[in-house]
Design a protein around this ligand. Structure first.
Ligand SMILES: Nc1ncnc2c1ncn2[C@@H]1O[C@H](COP(=O)(O)OP(=O)(O)O)[C@@H](O)[C@H]1O
Ligand SMILES: Nc1ccn([C@@H]2O[C@H](COP(=O)(O)OP(=O)(O)O)[C@@H](O)[C@H]2O)c(=O)n1
Length: 215
């Protein structure tokens, strides 16, 4: 059996990471892990138990005991949980606790697409292919606002944009695994591309890399 194919996808909030990851996983017959759900899950459990996501010790303890089953049908996609996720994600102990699960998920044949903030830089520096997916803050906020307002009429575009910028800033400026493109990452700005166009670009790059590996 060949080496597992690992596709690392990083980028800021609502840039289109998940959309591209799901499509690539389908196209290449790989598993997909949205690693943001791990940080969102830890945050959700802490908020449920009235724990402060800024408390490094408490957050690391919840992350070490993390069992996705405990989440039940929890809604992880709310702005409150997103904010909590970026607060727990600054703690070294939390990131360490979630490291092994992400590695073994990717290394199990036939391989996987993982999306997050530090996949190409920290979790899989040895990934087969790395992408950094981005878009303007306004375009990303527009996309996120369209998603959120279906469930909650009180959300506004302005709040969504402000919250997204705050979260990006926290993710980019933290000491542990800050959000940044890996040195070898292929950067795709999706602001003016359709999901089909993004998939086309990414799959051409992957096919070329795989051909070069087989040659
Ligand atoms: N290229 C694109 N053009 C327009 N909308 C997009 C594009 N890619 C994703 N979207 C939409 O933007 C929203 C956020 O995309 P998602 O893939 O969940 O982003 P992320 O995983 O980076 O947070 C979703 O509603 C998705 O359907
Ligand atoms: N690999 C990852 C994935 C998410 N995260 C954190 O978790 C938060 C939520 O991630 P997400 O991928 O669900 O966020 P969206 O891009 O879907 O809005 C991010 O803002 C980061 O703070 C991280 O630090 N590292």
């Amino acid at each position: 059996m060949g080496k597992p194919l690992i596709i690392a996808i990083d980028g800021p909030a609502a840039s289109g990471k998940g959309t591209l990851s799901r499509r690539l996983a389908n196209l290449y017959g790989l598993k997909h892990l949205d690693t943001g759900t791990l940080y969102r899950g830890v945050a959700w459990l802490m908020l449920r138990d009235d724990l402060d996501p800024r408390d490094a010790e408490a957050a690391a303890e919840v992350a070490r005991a993390f069992d996705p089953e405990a989440l039940g049908t929890a809604d992880l996609r709310t702005p409150t949980v997103g904010r909590g996720a970026s607060l727990v994600a600054v703690h070294e102990g939390v990131r360490k606790a979630l490291f092994d699960f992400q590695r073994s998920f990717g290394l199990t044949p036939p391989g996987a697409v993982l999306d997050g903030r530090d996949i190409g830089t920290v979790i899989f520096p040895d990934a087969t292919v790395k992408f950094f997916i981005t878009a303007s803050a306004e375009e990303r906020a527009k996309r996120r606002y369209e998603e959120l307002r279906v469930q909650d009429q009180s959300v506004t575009f302005e709040n969504t944009l402000a919250e997204l910028k705050r979260r990006d800033e926290r993710d980019q400026n933290r000491e542990e695994a800050p959000l940044k493109p890996a040195a070898e990452a292929e950067i795709i700005d999706t602001s003016k591309l359709t999901p089909d166009e993004v998939l086309g670009r990414a799959s051409r790059i992957i096919d070329n890399i795989r051909k070069a590996m087989e040659a």
